[in-house]
Design a protein around this ligand. Structure first.
Ligand code: ATP
Ligand code: MG
Length: 364
C-alpha cells in the first residue's frame, strides 16, 4: 500500500475555497479506508507571484515532480496581472505544469446527475442518457504555437497566433481516446475538427483515421467543431468519447458543463504517460476558473473539485472503490436536495461551499 503523495495547489479566487472542501473529503476517505495521504500545499498563480515572484516556483515544480498526483484549484482572475503590461500571468503556472510534466491528455467527463436534470437549461428528455467524455489535447495547438505576438507593421499593428500539431501529438491523444472508449459502454469515438478550413485539422483527420483502423471494435466518426457545438445540446446522449484539439476542447467543455447543470460540477484529469508506484501521474482540477465574481463569499460549488479528487483516486492512485465512494457521496447529497447557489431550483436547500463540503465528507 504505502504512502500516497499529493501536491495541493489551491491557487487564486475560489480555488482555495473549493480545494479545502476536497481535502476535507480526502481526509474522510483516508479514515474510512485506512490510507495515509501525505498532502503538501504550495502557492500558484497570483498568490505565488505576490509571495515568490513567479506564477509557479522551481521548488513547487519539484514538489509536483516528486508527488503521485496534483490537486489543483484555479489561477487567475486577479485584474492587476491580467493587463497587457503585466510581465507574468497567473495562467503561466498551469501552462508550465502541463508542458513540463507532459500532461497532454485532458479528460473531462460529463455525466449529469439524475436529480439535476431539471437544473440544466436543457429539457430532461434531451439530457436523458447523457454520459460523455471529452478528451482534449492539452499541450499543443494554438495555445502553444510560435510565433504568438502583437507586432508593429508599416500599416499599423497586427497579431499572430500559430496552430501547430505534429503527427505524433495527434496520434497519442487519439489513441488515448480509443483506449478509453474500450472501457466504456457505448464504445464510440467522435473526432472533432475543422477540416473544411484548417490544414492542422486535415492532418488531424488523416492521423485519426489511421489510429481508428487499429480499433475495429469502436464506432468512429468525424464531426466539424461548429456542428459538434450544435449537436452537443441537440442530442448529447448520442456522444460517447469526443477527442479534439486544445482550443476546441476548451470551448466545447464550457458548453458541455451546462449539460451537468453548472460550471461548478465538471471535474477534469490531465494525464501523460508517466507511471508512479500507484498509477498514472496526473493533475486534477475543476474545469472552471477562479470565478472572481463569487470569490470569498462561501458561494462556490465545491463539487467539481471533489469529483476531481475522485478522478485522482481512480487514475493516479488506482483506488477505484474509494473514487466510487466519493462519487456516491456527492450523488447522495444531491439526491437529498442540497444545492449551492449556482444550481438553485424550486424545492431544494441552498447551502454554502463549506456546508456542501461537510455534507459530502460526512456521506463518505
Ligand atoms: P478564469 O479567468 O479564472 O478562467 P473566468 O472569469 O473565466 O475565470 P470562471 O471561473 O471560469 O470565470 O467562471 C465563469 C462563471 O461561472 C462565473 O460567473 C462564475 O461565478 C461561475 N462559476 C465558476 N465556477 C463556479 C463554481 N465552482 N461554483 C459556482 N459558480 C461558478
Ligand atoms: Mg474561464
Amino acid at each position: 500500500m504505502g504512502t500516497y503523495k499529493i501536491a495541493v495547489l489551491p491557487g487564486d479566487g475560489i480555488g482555495p475555497e473549493v480545494t479545502t472542501q476536497a481535502l476535507r473529503v480526502l481526509e474522510r476517505v483516508g479514515a474510512r479506508f485506512g490510507h495515509t495521504f501525505q498532502t503538501t500545499q504550495a502557492l500558484v498563480g497570483a498568490a505565488a507571484i505576490e509571495a515568490e515572484g513567479d506564477a509557479i516556483s522551481d521548488a513547487t515544480m519539484a514538489l509536483c515532480q516528486e508527488s503521485d498526483a496534483i490537486l489543483f484549484g484555479a489561477v487567475g482572475g486577479v485584474s492587476r496581472y491580467e493587463g497587457p503590461n503585466s510581465k507574468v500571468q497567473p495562467e503561466r503556472a498551469l501552462f508550465r505544469l502541463r508542458k513540463e510534466l507532459e500532461l497532454f491528455a485532458n479528460l473531462r467527463p460529463v455525466r449529469p446527475f439524475k436529480a439535476l436534470l431539471n437544473a440544466s437549461t436543457l429539457k430532461p428528455s434531451i439530457l436523458e442518457g447523457t454520459d460523455l467524455l471529452v478528451v482534449r489535447e492539452l499541450t499543443g495547438g494554438i495555445y502553444f504555437g510560435k510565433p504568438s505576438e502583437i507586432r508593429q507593421t508599416p500599416h499599423g499593428l497586427e497579431a499572430i497566433d500559430t496552430l501547430l500539431y505534429s503527427e505524433g501529438e495527434i496520434e497519442r491523444i487519439v489513441r488515448t481516446a480509443f483506449e478509453l472508449a474500450r472501457g466504456r459502454t457505448k464504445k464510440k469515438v467522435t473526432s472533432v475538427d475543422k477540416a473544411n478550413v484548417l490544414s492542422s485539422s486535415r492532418l488531424w483527420r488523416r492521423v485519426a483515421e489511421r489510429v481508428a483502423a487499429d480499433y475495429p471494435d469502436i464506432t468512429f466518426e468525424h464531426l466539424l467543431v461548429d456542428a459538434c457545438a450544435m449537436h452537443l445540446i441537440r442530442r448529447p446522449a448520442s456522444f460517447d468519447v469526443i477527442v479534439t484539439e486544445n482550443m476546441f476542447g476548451d470551448i466545447l467543455t464550457d458548453e458541455a458543463s451546462m449539460l451537468a447543470g453548472s460550471m461548478g460540477m465538471l471535474p477534469s484529469a490531465s494525464l501523460g504517460t508517466r507511471q508512479t508506484a500507484h498509477g498514472t501521474f496526473g493533475l486534477y482540477e475543476p474545469i472552471h476558473g477562479s470565478a472572481p465574481d463569487i470569490a470569498g463569499q462561501n458561494k462556490a460549488n465545491p463539487i467539481a473539485s471533489i469529483l476531481s479528487l475522485a478522478m485522482l483516486l481512480r487514475h493516479s492512485l488506482s483506488l477505484e472503490a474509494e473514487a466510487q465512494a466519493v462519487e456516491r457521496a456527492v450523488e447522495q447529497v444531491i439526491d437529498a436536495g442540497y444545492r449551492t447557489e449556482d444550481l438553485q431550483e424550486a424545492g431544494t436547500t441552498i447551502v454554502g461551499t463549506e456546508e456542501m463540503g461537510r455534507l459530502i465528507a460526512e456521506a463518505v
